[in-house]
Design a binder for this molecule. Structure first.
Ligand code: PMP
Length: 425
């Protein structure tokens, strides 16, 4: 039998969780707080469930210093579901704003309002995507599937700047963002903060998305959530699946600017969207509905929320006033250890992305120029030492060491020692 303590797991997600949380989880699954029933069995509307939900929100708020004018939602959509949810929700808000403006000019003539609105939608509705890796590519493709490719503006496609492959983030002055004219501009600007497959992370928030007339920025933080400081105010929507840094698969967390919710913003009605040939999203992805119901519109997997809450409260207790900055220091240190070793043996290892955009979370590299036999040998040797989950994503191959929060410094050091040993062999 292989014990948990015998291995270090570097999988890209699902990913390792703190052992103390899992030990406690096995108990609460059987019997939560001596009630005689387990956490998967109690009602999501019970006082216990409400407390779990409130604690998880509080821990996330503490870690990321989320301001009061932001809401936290829990959904079950996965990161992929949020590719769709961001589109449905922000397009509906954009359309309603345009409708209200036209109605203010035209008055009660509904036919005339609809006629003008159709023209505005046809000519002006744009969603900007920064395509820097496989996941932002998928998100942009989902937007095109939902509302039509003519409305999707790929403001940058990193492959075009790198011989057809992901590996760089083109300079901002080369992006073709939809112009922000007064009252105009894109319905959203979307980017993936950390590309899990390609090992690319935005080093900082793009400065061209800042300013008084900043667009509504949506960011996918699935694979670098709670690993570094984030200035939440710069974003309209931040989302991420729990299954990397936060918890087990099952819940998706959305941090949302409250001004995007009623009464501050109203989405266009389903009838109006249908008249405009725009798609209407499922109710379980509707942010106003989920927010109004404190994420309990339908049955929320409370056990998953509990795990996430335990992980996040653990970080709050560990790092105190440093908040997520404390985790950032540890994450950066572990990533440096690995990258330094890869760079030291550059005749054996080649880091895939450009140095300026290397991910701290997913370290993607090739062994001996991608020689299939040597990469196989690398993985087999690693496995013998209990270093698991290092195979690169099936679409790109190579090696990927994921450096999520629950990967210990000890595990990282073991991996570094193996990288040294293999390079010298
Ligand atoms: N975005 C990123 C950055 C991801 O890494 C993933 C999954 N690995 C997704 C989105 C999709 O998430 P899910 O599988 O939960 O739909």
């Amino acid at each position: 039998m292989v014990n948990r303590s015998d291995v270090h797991y570097f999988g890209a997600g699902p990913a390792p969780l703190p052992t103390n949380v899992l030990e406690k989880a096995s108990q609460v699954l059987l019997n939560y707080r001596d009630k005689g029933i387990g956490l998967c069995e109690i009602s999501h509307r019970s006082p216990e469930a409400n407390e779990i939900l409130a604690e998880a929100k509080q821990a996330l708020t503490d870690l990321l210093e989320i301001p009061d004018d932001y809401d936290i939602l829990f959904l079950q959509s996965g990161g992929s579901g949020e590719f769709s949810a961001t589109v449905y929700n922000l397009v509906a808000i954009w359309v309603e704003k345009k409708r209200a403006k036209i109605a203010a000019e035209v008055g009660d003539d509904r036919e005339e309002v609809l006629k003008r609105l159709r023209k505005v939608v046809d000519e002006e509705l744009k969603l900007d995507y920064l395509v820097t890796g496989s996941w932002s590519l998928k998100a942009s493709q989902e937007a095109a599937r939902l509302i039509g490719a003519q409305h999707v503006n790929v403001a940058t496609d990193a492959r075009k700047a790198n011989n057809g492959k992901f590996g760089v983030i083109p300079p901002e002055d080369q992006w073709s963002l939809t112009p922000r004219t007064s009252g105009g501009g894109p319905a959203l600007v979307y980017f993936c903060d950390n590309e899990t497959v390609d090992g690319i992370e935005f080093p900082a928030f793009p400065s061209s998305l800042e300013g008084d007339d900043a667009p509504l920025v949506c960011a996918d933080m699935s694979s670098n959530f709670i690993s570094r400081k984030v200035d939440v105010r710069k974003y309209a929507v931040i989302f991420g699946g729990a299954q990397k840094n936060i918890g087990n698969t099952g819940i998706t967390i959305v941090i949302l600017r409250k001004s995007l919710l009623p009464p501050h913003s109203t989405p266009a009605s389903p009838d109006l969207l249908r008249q405009l040939n725009l798609s209407v999203g499922p109710i379980v992805l509707d942010y106003p509905t989920i927010a109004k119901n404190n994420s309990l519109y339908n049955t929320l997997p409370i056990f998953d929320v509990w795990v996430a809450g335990q992980v996040m409260s653990g970080l709050v207790n560990t790092y105190g006033t440093k908040r997520i900055g404390g985790q950032q220091e540890v994450s950066d240190e572990k990533a440096h250890l690995i990258y330094n070793t890869l760079d030291k043996y550059s005749d054996v290892y080649r880091v895939v992305p450009d140095k300026s955009v290397r991910s701290r979370m997913n370290i993607c590299f090739r062994v001996h120029g991608g020689d299939a036999g040597k990469e196989k040998a690398f993985l087999a040797g690693a496995e013998k030492q209990g270093l698991l989950g290092l195979k690169g994503h099936r679409s790109v191959g190579g090696i990927r060491a994921s450096n999520y929060n629950a990967v210990s410094l000890e595990g990282t050091e073991k991996l570094v020692a193996y990288l040294e040993e293999f390079a010298k062999s």
